[in-house]
Design a protein around this ligand. Structure first.
Ligand SMILES: [Zn+2]
Length: 89
């Protein structure tokens, strides 16, 4: 019983990243949330992927329209990108 439950709850890294991206677009079902939460507790690479994905989503939601217009002066662009990168632990 316990082993079968763990087989149901354990997901691959591929499935975890799929759920991370799905979560950014729509709410996950309760079972998907549990599966993802368990996976992220056990898998550091996917935990970092989720943090980076969240950072990119937040950056995209922020007002960054000026970065999307073409410009030959990239100094401002470089500085803004560097400032938007979250510090590493
Ligand atoms: Zn993983």
């Amino acid at each position: 019983m316990k082993r079968k439950l763990m087989q149901i709850l354990m997901i691959s890294c591929l499935k975890a990243t799929e759920l991370i991206e799905k979560k950014s677009m729509m709410p996950l079902s309760w079972i998907e949330q549990i599966k993802l939460k368990i996976h992220l507790r056990l898998c550091d690479p996917c935990k970092h992927y989720a943090q980076q994905s969240n950072a990119i989503d937040e950056w995209m939601k922020a007002d960054n329209k000026d970065l999307l217009t073409p410009s030959t002066d990239t100094t401002h662009l470089k500085e803004k990108i560097i400032r938007s990168i979250p510090p590493q632990e």
